[in-house]
Structures are given as structure tokens and as C-alpha cells.
Design a protein around this ligand. Structure first.
Ligand code: IMP
Ligand code: MG
Length: 179
């Protein structure tokens, strides 16, 4: 079983569903009549994004981007590389970025700087998880699922070497798997 590779389950499928519904309800309240563009960041936030939009009970548009901030190593390149851009023209639109987890914050910080140059009416961040202990640059999370400990997490879209994204829960990966 995939769950044998976890030291523990942090959030069960039921807990995730409940929190995602709450965040969706908050977004519904804030974006009524604004027809926001919800942009999921692939691949990690694919699961979260497609789940949360079904709790956004007001007209909206779904989009996706693929971005990376890192080159071959683990050091930040300082700029964001767009590997797949959004289809929507976001100028004058209300934009919500959906991300799985904010770690150093470098990816989202760079992406936000780039997206601001496109002059959206507003730009907000919805992140399911936040590892505050690892933050290198300040990032404002407008809608946050949970603060999490500085552990390597997998499941519900989060991967290790492209595996575990299909786990319905979120758990801490056993260090022996990646060391
Ligand atoms: P950062 O905030 O720029 O450091 O990058 C955040 C990205 O790193 C996320 O979108 C994830 O793809 C990845 N990431 C960070 N922490 C984890 C984790 O615990 N498990 C899996 N992916 C992670
Ligand atoms: Mg990601």
C-alpha cells in the first residue's frame, strides 16, 4: 500500500474535503458577481483546484499554468519560467492563483511579480498548505488551508519523484524513501 510509505497521515480525505469546501465558500462570498479567473498551478495543485472550484458557487473561469523557479539545482533563479501560460487574458480581471503548498515562497513571489505586469483588477493567492518555517521571501496567502510542519509531504497532488499524487490523504513521507 502507498500509505505504508508514510510515517503518518497529517490530513485525511475527509478533513481535506471539509477544509476545501470552507475555502470555496469563502471565495464564493468574496467573488460574487466578479467572475474571477481561477488559475491552478500544475501539476501539484491540479487536484486541489478541481476540487475547490466545485465549492465556488458563482460564475468563474478555470485556467492552468505550469511554472518553475528553479534550474537544474535547488537554488532559485530569481525569475519564474512559464512552461505553460494561462489561456485567459487577465488584464482587468479578478485572478485567484491556486497552489498546493508554499515552501520557500520563491515560486509564488516571482509569479506574482510577473502577473502584476499584466494589470489584473486583483490578484490573490489560495494555497492549501503553508510551510512557514521554510519561508525565504514573504508571501501573502489570502486563503490558506493549513500551516504544516517542515516535513516532506505527499498526497492530494503533492509528489515525490512524480509519485503519490493520487493518494487521497496528505501524509509525511518516510525519510528512508528519499534519502
Ligand atoms: P517554493 O515555495 O518556491 O519553495 O516552492 C513550492 C513548491 O515546491 C510547491 O509548489 C511544490 O511543488 C514543492 N514542494 C514544497 N514542499 C513540498 C512537499 O513537502 N512535498 C511535495 N512538494 C513540495
Ligand atoms: Mg507546485
Amino acid at each position: 500500500m502507498m500509505t505504508d510509505d508514510l510515517t503518518s497521515v497529517l490530513f485525511t480525505e475527509e478533513q481535506i474535503a471539509k477544509r476545501v469546501a470552507e475555502l470555496g465558500a469563502e471565495i464564493t462570498r468574496d467573488y460574487e458577481g466578479k467572475n474571477p479567473v481561477v488559475i491552478g498551478i500544475l501539476k501539484g495543485a491540479a487536484t486541489f483546484t478541481t476540487d475547490i472550484i466545485r465549492h465556488i458557487n458563482t460564475p468563474m473561469q478555470l485556467d492552468f499554468m505550469i511554472v518553475s523557479s528553479y534550474g537544474a539545482g535547488t537554488k532559485s533563479s530569481g525569475t519564474v519560467r512559464i512552461r505553460k501560460d494561462a489561456d485567459a487574458d487577465i488584464r482587468g480581471r479578478h485572478v485567484i492563483i491556486c497552489e498546493d503548498i508554499i515552501d520557500s515562497g520563491i515560486t509564488m513571489s516571482n509569479l506574482f511579480e510577473m502577473l502584476k505586469t499584466r494589470k489584473p483588477a486583483s490578484l490573490k493567492l489560495c494555497a492549501l498548505l503553508s510551510k512557514l518555517a521554510r519561508r525565504e521571501v514573504e508571501v501573502k496567502i489570502d486563503y490558506c488551508g493549513w500551516e504544516v510542519p517542515d516535513e516532506f509531504l505527499v498526497g492530494y497532488g503533492l509528489d515525490y519523484a512524480e509519485q503519490y499524487r493520487n493518494l487521497p490523504c496528505i501524509g509525511i513521507l518516510k525519510p528512508e524513501i528519499y534519502s
